[in-house]
Design a binder for this molecule. Structure first.
Ligand SMILES: [Zn+2]
Length: 639
């Protein structure tokens, strides 16, 4: 029974493949040769299936059963979904998708759109419209919504079915879609409807470009000889490989014999792509040294110089969004290198060394993990460190980046409320959904995780008298991480203890699981550092303010500040101080005329009513979190 069903499915798959080969020949549009990574080898599945069929005919009946058992195992890969993506009017920000979906002649199939990508619910289905279904010969099929992100199609036994829809692509974010007359960024999760199933089904994507666009670039495997045509072995890979289309500038460089590409959209003669590619090569080399090789065939830095911000890691690519002016000043360039370094470090830490809870396969409900302090935080610790090891920043610049994280942690009241582990667990409702009270109640797992990485690195180095470091921990954790399985918090912690040669579970309990203040002494001693910083003598109110239509508005009141204690509130307008009118543009200067300890009467407007409060100004704490060299420690030279 089971075998017979599978055999039918295999025959259907063969017929579909033959039909589709015909279709794609007629539909393929002549066009410029796209971006064809050269180190790709893709054996067409139909070839494999044909040889299986010949074998079956030649064999005896008993042998047939035997071979059938083996070949069914080989033939388990389900029939592909074929997508054709068109961009007929790029300026309207739409792509049109036609999906040819195998149904195995089931009377009803359910289609799914991903709900989240790391680490927030994004509701990609909201950008879909005009979703229709038909048979291969054009007969309309009933399709209706089954959930916010699901559609149910009554197939009437048709196989395949054709589902068409339009996607509005106007979110300038590395995790979403953008289409305009210059370029497109298409992410798998936000573009492709797929069968609601857990199967390793190939997803085949043919992109039809607007006439003036020449190039598509993606980490997806190319279909040889077919421009702008890619085949993901499964939905996970499709989601993990964003596509950039347009006319980007592409810089190729090799590290360890593997091709890497810096793909710049929006250079406009400003961003120095050649220099950036050379510097990325140095970072890639350092990472290869740390991890012991490069785990991919090719790698792409999709560098969107579009004024947005952010980066998203993938197995063999990253999407970066920033500003074309970033190569003009040294500090901005350093920030750009650090973001690229962060995303590249994820090639291992997250994509291959991942928390067990983040194993791929679930796209509709959010997975909960307490390990983002390791996944994101340690990556943030390593990002500037790898830039430094690559010789692209000075020791002072490395310390400045680390100091910023320490200062942010130590001046965020939420560090005393939310632990690092809980910050990770609640990312879905807190980190990506901040409000005016977030700083009082939450701490970023990026920030505290970065500082924790620094402290743990020093802990391991000190415990082993410099023989081992966090590098050894990461390598061991990766070696222990079964392919695709992921680590539990306990497994990671025990790997750390093993490398350090001492039980560090109490250290993790304090730094990750509690809100206790961090102890910096050991790290400062080991690296020969100290905290410094000019203490600011200026009077400090402690409220965040913004000028809005000529009014000075309070946007945030951190706990423990003079403003918090005096009863100022978010949304208050500061109208006057003493007997004087506030001028928003000069507010800092006006405050600078006072001293810590002065009592300052303020006139506020709150919901249309005037209120008087008196604030006792203080000296601003937290300015002394600047790391600097205290001794000429040899340990910094091998950091
Ligand atoms: Zn990250």
């Amino acid at each position: 029974m089971e075998a017979a069903k599978k055999r039918t499915a295999e025959r259907l798959a063969r017929e579909r493949a033959a039909k589709l080969a015909k279709r794609s020949q007629s539909e393929r549009e002549p066009g410029p040769v796209g971006f064809m990574p050269r180190h790709h080898l893709d054996i067409p599945r139909s070839m494999m299936k044909t040889s299986i069929a010949i074998l079956l005919h030649l064999a005896s009946r008993t042998f047939v059963l035997f071979v059938l058992c083996i070949t069914l195992g080989m033939a388990q890969a389900p029939a592909p979904i074929y997508y054709t993506v068109r961009i007929p009017a790029a300026q309207t920000h739409y792509v049109e998708v036609e999906a040819r979906i195998p149904t195995a002649a089931q009377p009803r199939v359910e289609l799914m759109m991903a709900v989240w990508t790391p680490y927030v619910i994004r509701e990609y289905a909201k950008n879909l419209e005009s979703v229709t279904a038909r048979t291969d010969d054009g007969r309309p099929l009933v399709i209706e919504k089954a959930r916010k992100n699901r559609w149910r199609v009554e197939t009437g036994g048709a196989d395949p079915i054709i589902v068409s829809y339009r996607v509005y692509c106007h979110v300038m974010d590395v995790q979403d879609n953008w289409v305009d007359d210059e370029f497109a960024l298409l992410n798998g999760a936000s573009t492709f409807l797929t069968l609601a199933e857990h199967a390793a089904r190939p997803h085949d994507v043919q992109i039809i470009l607007p006439p003036t666009w020449k190039t598509t670039v993606t980490g997806l495997p190319s279909v040889p000889g077919s421009p702008h045509h890619y085949r993901a072995p499964d939905y996970e890979t499709l989601v993990d490989c964003p596509v950039v289309a347009g006319n980007p500038a592409v810089y190729e460089f090799a590290v360890e014999g593997k091709p890497h590409y810096l793909v710049d959209v929006g250079e406009d003669g400003v961003f120095e792509g050649g220099r950036a590619a050379r510097d990325l090569a140095r970072i890639v080399r350092e990472d290869a040294k740390l991890w012991g090789g490069l785990p991919y065939d090719k790698y792409l830095f999709l560098n969107l110089l579009t004024g947005g911000a952010g980066g998203m890691e993938h197995s063999n690519s990253t999407a970066l969004m920033s500003d074309r002016w970033n190569t003009r000043t040294h500090l901005n360039y350093l920030r750009w290198l650090e973001v690229a370094s962060h995303e590249f470090f994820h090639t291992w830490n997250v994509k291959r060394l991942r928390p067990a809870e983040l194993a791929p396969g679930e796209y509709e409900t959010e997975p909960y993990t307490t390990s983002l302090g390791i996944a994101e935080g340690f990556t943030s610790y390593y990002a500037p460190l790898m830039v430094h090891r690559a010789g692209l920043s000075t020791e002072e610049e490395l310390l400045a980046t680390l100091s910023r994280a320490i200062r942010e942690l130590q001046t965020t009241p939420g560090r005393l409320v939310q632990s690092l582990s809980l910050s990770s667990f609640d990312t879905w409702i807190k980190f990506y959904r901040p409000d005016e009270n977030t700083r009082n109640t939450a701490i970023s797992y990026y920030t505290k995780g970065e500082v924790a990485g620094f402290l743990l690195d020093a802990r391991v180095r000190a415990a082993t008298h410099g023989a081992k470091s966090l590098d050894d921990v990461m390598r061991l954790a990766l070696a222990r991480n079964p392919a695709g399985g992921g680590y539990t918090p306990a497994a990671f912690r025990s790997a750390v203890s093993e490398v350090a040669g001492t039980d560090l579970s109490a250290w993790f309990a304090r730094v990750f699981d509690s809100t206790a203040e961090l102890d910096y002494r050991e790290a400062l001693d080991w690296f020969g550092l100290r905290f410094s910083g000019e203490s600011n003598q200026q009077a400090w109110l402690g409220a965040d303010t913004e000028a809005e239509d000529g009014r000075l508005m309070v946007t945030h009141i951190p706990r423990g500040t003079p403003a918090y204690e005096a009863g100022l509130d978010t949304g208050d307008e500061i109208v006057g101080f003493d007997e004087f009118r506030v001028r928003p543009a000069a507010w800092d200067q006006q405050l600078a005329n006072y001293q810590p300890g002065d009592r300052l009467p303020l006139l506020l407007a709150r919901r249309g009513r005037l209120i008087r409060v008196t604030v006792t100004l203080r000296q601003e704490p937290g300015l002394a979190w600047k790391l600097e060299a205290a001794t000429a420690s040899p340990h910094r030279a091998v950091w």
